[in-house]
Design a protein around this ligand. Structure first.
Ligand code: HEM
Ligand SMILES: *[C@@H]1O[C@H](CO)[C@@H](O)[C@H](O)[C@H]1NC(C)=O
Ligand SMILES: *[C@@H]1O[C@H](CO)[C@@H](O)[C@H](O)[C@H]1NC(C)=O
Ligand SMILES: *[C@@H]1O[C@H](CO)[C@@H](O)[C@H](O)[C@H]1NC(C)=O
Length: 426
């Protein structure tokens, strides 16, 4: 039995439960040796909480490496060799998806269906089914025409058809999907761009990561980026969904999905060269050069172990670990039009008293909160019931037994200019 399902019975990690068949952990809950082991692991987790790498010890406890199964062939003749985007091909803020399109794991024009996104994220980098379904369906509902969406800006009529051209794609989804304080991308209202690599930020990531890039180094980098944007972007906004869920993904995905795996490093090793390839960066430390559109899956690259997909349970554990180290990550709010003017909203006021800030870290609350908030986001295009999205969210939060959220009080956010401003795109 997977260690993760044993853990569930300890109760302390309740948000992790949904990915496993209920019968499995009910059976485990009857077994005293498993219950004892789960408690022990939970203690170890607490002891290791100082390092944000803790979640890996829970979710990748066995040193598994299968060379054949984990190899991602992008060699000449594989059908997945690198082809840079041509004029009109859509690329955007997500280096992973950009690289998938450059290697024909997604349509080369950058406009794909929800199903294609689910398949590609699962098969190329080992994203778990729940996380892939949620992220992809959310893209369809918020940035596309429900069934398809653009990884860049608005598609052309030829790319997206009559319904596609009404949607904005990832680039146009600031505060809905695209967030502030990204690792290498600038803040939209500070720089007018939200998808190009800023070389100094890439350099900063490297500087935080002596030797190689790890979850710990990325978490420390995120903490500094967060402070940096409060100090430099008068419109900095840490949104309830984009700040609490998307921002951490932008950091943890770097290690969890881009690292190379081997018998020596079954949990992954992320060298500077591998990182540069995925981000479309060349040159050496001190003189990095980013070229938009050139994101590549490295040659001889091995994805994460098939047995340990990175799913919602694992991701939520990473989010919690990071927030335990840096509680400010959960501060929903923003600057008030001046630098260093960050004010937070009271989570209780935002949620009609259902949650409060201190309780977000307890039990299932954080998982419930972010998924419920994602369901509140209002799509630009009204194309029916958004059943896919609500079903995906329902599947994920159903087993969490979330308390019922009546409504989000958007008025709480109105004081933040970074929330009020509308993105202007040519
Ligand atoms: C359907 C699946 C996915 C969706 C919907 C998605 C969406 C996004 C969005 C909206 C952003 C911008 C966030 C921000 O403003 O900071 C982003 C950034 C990012 N994504 Fe993805 N993504 C997906 C899959 C992946 C995969 C598979 C990888 C890794 C291989 C990945 C790696 C990243 C990274 C590293 C960033 C941060 C870029 C930076 O600022 O440096 N994503 N993604
Ligand atoms: C949108 O997605 C649907 C369902 O997967 C697919 O049949 C259709 O071809 C897609 N449309 C475009 C324009 O890609
Ligand atoms: C991944 O690791 C294997 C084993 O060490 C190595 O042969 C391969 O070159 C590495 N790939 C990358 C992209 O670093
Ligand atoms: C937030 O809630 C508190 C009571 O919980 C109330 O006193 C306060 O006025 C509320 N603030 C706003 C802006 O609604």
């Amino acid at each position: 039995m997977r260690l993760t399902s044993q853990l569930l019975v300890a109760g302390g990690l309740a948000p992790l439960t949904h990915a496993f068949p209920r019968m499995m952990y009910e059976a485990a809950a009857q077994d005293p040796s498993i219950v004892a082991r789960a408690a022990e692991i939970e203690e170890q987790l607490k002891a290791r909480q100082a390092g944000a790498n803790a979640a890996a010890a829970l979710f990748e406890p066995i040193n598994t490496f299968n060379e054949k199964a984990q190899y991602v062939d992008v060699s000449p003749g594989s059908g997945h060799e690198y082809v840079p985007p041509g004029a009109g091909d859509l690329r955007g803020p997500c280096p992973g998806l950009n690289a998938f399109a450059n290697h024909n794991f997604l349509p080369h024009n950058g406009y794909a269906s929800v199903l294609q996104y689910i398949d590609a994220t699962n098969s190329v980098v080992g994203m778990g089914a729940n996380l892939a379904l949620f992220l992809s369906a959310y893209g369809g509902a918020i940035d596309g025409d429900v069934l398809n969406w653009s990884m860049g800006g608005t598609p052309s009529l030829a790319q997206g058809g009559a319904t596609g051209i009404l949607a904005n794609g990832l680039i146009g989804s600031h505060n809905k999907y695209e967030s502030d304080a990204s690792p290498t991308r600038p803040d939209l209202y500070q720089s007018g761009n939200n998808y190009k690599v800023v070389e100094s930020q890439f350099q900063d990531l490297i500087n935080h990561s002596p030797g190689s890039v790890t979850i710990d180094s990325l978490t420390a980098f995120r903490s500094d980026r967060f402070d940096q944007q409060i100090a430099n972007n008068p419109y900095f906004f840490n949104g309830p969904f984009t700040g609490v869920l998307v921002q951490p993904a932008a950091y943890t995905f770097i290690y969890r999905f881009m690292a190379n795996h081997s018998a020596e490093y079954p949990q992954g090793y992320l060298s500077y060269d591998t990182l540069k390839s995925w981000f479309g960066v060349t040159g050496d430390s001190g003189s990095y050069k980013a070229t938009p559109g050139t994101e590549q899956i490295p040659a001889n690259w091995y994805k994460r172990a098939i047995e340990y997909p990175y799913d919602t349970d694992y991701f939520v554990a990473d989010v919690l670990n990071a927030a335990l180290l840096h509680p400010k990550f959960l501060d929903i709010g923003g600057n008030l039009g001046k630098t260093n003017s960050f004010a937070g909203v009271d989570v209780a006021n935002l949620t009609g008293g259902l949650y409060n800030s201190a309780d977000l870290l307890k039990g299932n609350n954080l998982g419930c909160f972010v998924y419920q908030l994602s369901a509140q986001a209002k799509p630009d295009v009204v194309l029916g019931a958004l059943t896919k999205l609500t079903n995906a969210i329902g599947d994920i939060i159903g087993p969490l037994n979330c308390p019922k959220l009546q409504a989000i009080d958007d008025a709480q956010l109105a004081q933040f200019p970074g929330y009020q401003k509308q993105p202007a795109f040519p």
